[in-house]
Design a protein around this ligand. Structure first.
Ligand code: 13P
Ligand code: SF4
Length: 334
C-alpha cells in the first residue's frame, strides 16, 4: 500500500490515505518522533478532536492559524483543520509542504459561495468593496478586496470609510452582526455555517432556566436570535479568553463542541455546557472538522500526503486580500 500509485489512488477515492495501522503502536509518540525527524509543525483549529489538539504545536482560531502558517520556519505544515484553512497556509507560505489529513474536510460556508455565481453577484454591485470571511475558497478570495476572520471582522469593516459600499460574504449571520455593531448596511451573501445555525434558542432558554448563573457565550456565526441572548460574543479564541478572565463558574457555549477541550483545560473548576442543536443529532460537531482523526494525521505526516497543491496565478490573486487583512490586523495588534 505504501506504493506511491496505490497511495494516490486511495486519496482520489477517499480523500485520505486508507492504510491499516498496527494497533499496538503509540500514535502520540510516533507523531512526536515524525515531527522532529521531518521538521514538521502541526497547526490545529479548536474544533479538532481532543487527541489532535493534544499533539498540535499550535491551536488557534482562523486568524491565529493564518498568522502561524505565514511565519513558521518548519519544512512541513500539517494542517489539522478544513480545506480553506490549509489552502490559506499554502497561499501564505508556498515554499512549505502543506498537508491536510483528509482532503474532503470542507466547509458549508465555503461551499455556499461558488466563484462563478459570486462573480455575477459582485458585478451586480458596482462600486462596492468586497470583504470576505476567510471561510471561502481561493477562487472567492481572488475576487475579494480584503479577507477577515471572526476576530477581526469589525476592525476590517471599520478600516473602510463609513460611506464606502461593501459586499460581505459568505456568512450572512456574521455580516448581519457586524452591520449591527458598526451601523453599516453591507450587502450580504446568503451563506451560513451548518453548525452555528442549528442552535436552538428554545433549548438554550430552557438550559438557562436550569442553570441561572451560567453565562451564554456565542460565536458570531450564530443566528441573531441566539446572539441576542448571549452575554459575550467572540471568535473561538475570543470565547476561550473570555472564560479565562470572567468570574462566572458556568457557561452555555454556542459554538462547535471542540472548543470545550481547551476551555475545560484552562478552567478546571468551571462547568461548560454545549448549547444544544434544534434536533437530537450531534449537529454541534462540525462533520467536516471531525473528518480528521489522529490516525489520518499520523499517516499524512508519515507519507507526506495528501498535499495542498495550488495554481500559482490563483495563489497570488488570493494572497493580496489576505495580506491586506494581516496588515490591518497588525495595525490593531490583533
Ligand atoms: P474562528 O476560527 O474565526 O473562530 O471561526 C470558527 C469557524 O467556524 C472556523 O471554521
Ligand atoms: Fe465551516 Fe461551520 Fe465547520 Fe467552521 S464549523 S468549518 S464554518 S461548517
Amino acid at each position: 500500500m505504501t506504493d506511491i500509485n496505490s497511495a494516490k489512488k486511495s486519496i482520489e477515492e477517499n480523500g485520505f490515505l486508507n492504510i491499516e495501522i498496527d494497533p499496538t503502536i503509540d500514535l502520540f509518540a510516533e507523531i512526536e518522533k515524525l515531527k522532529k525527524e521531518k521538521n514538521a509543525i502541526i497547526l490545529a483549529h479548536y474544533y479538532q478532536e481532543p487527541d489532535i489538539q493534544d499533539v498540535a504545536d499550535y491551536i488557534g482560531d482562523s486568524l491565529g492559524l493564518a498568522q502561524q502558517a505565514e511565519k513558521t520556519k518548519a519544512d512541513i505544515i500539517v494542517f489539522a483543520g478544513v480545506h480553506f484553512m490549509a489552502e490559506t497556509a499554502k497561499i501564505l507560505n508556498p515554499s512549505k509542504k502543506v498537508l491536510l489529513p483528509d482532503l474532503k474536510a470542507g466547509c458549508s460556508l465555503s461551499d455556499s459561495a461558488p466563484p462563478a455565481l459570486f462573480k455575477l453577484f459582485k458585478d451586480k454591485h458596482p462600486g462596492h468593496k468586497v470583504i470576505t470571511y476567510i471561510n471561502c475558497s481561493a477562487g472567492i478570495k481572488a475576487l475579494s478586496d480584503i479577507i477577515c476572520t471572526s476576530s477581526n471582522a469589525q476592525k476590517i469593516v471599520e478600516s473602510l470609510p463609513a460611506d464606502q459600499p461593501i459586499i460581505f460574504a459568505p456568512d450572512k449571520n456574521l455580516g448581519a452582526y457586524i452591520n449591527k455593531q458598526t451601523g453599516r448596511n453591507m450587502v450580504l451573501w446568503n451563506g451560513a455555517c451548518m453548525v452555528h445555525e442549528i442552535f436552538s434558542l428554545e433549548k438554550i432558554t430552557k438550559l438557562k432556566i436550569r442553570h441561572p448563573h451560567a453565562k451564554v457565550i456565542a460565536h458570531p456565526e450564530c443566528e441573531e436570535a441566539v446572539l441576542n441572548v448571549a452575554d459575550f460574543i467572540g471568535s473561538t479564541t475570543g470565547l476561550l479568553n473570555f472564560t479565562k478572565k470572567d468570574t462566572a463558574t458556568a457557561y452555555i457555549v454556542a459554538t462547535e463542541t471542540g472548543i470545550l477541550h481547551q476551555m475545560q483545560k484552562a478552567n478546571p473548576g468551571k462547568t461548560f455546557i454545549p448549547a444544544p442543536p434544534n434536533n437530537s443529532c450531534a449537529c454541534n460537531d462540525c462533520p467536516h472538522m471531525k473528518l480528521n482523526t489522529l490516525e489520518k494525521l499520523y499517516l499524512c505526516l508519515k507519507y507526506e500526503m495528501p498535499e495542498i497543491i495550488m495554481d500559482e496565478d490563483l495563489r497570488l490573486a488570493a494572497k493580496k486580500p489576505i495580506d491586506e487583512m494581516l496588515k490591518i490586523s497588525a495595525q490593531y495588534g490583533l
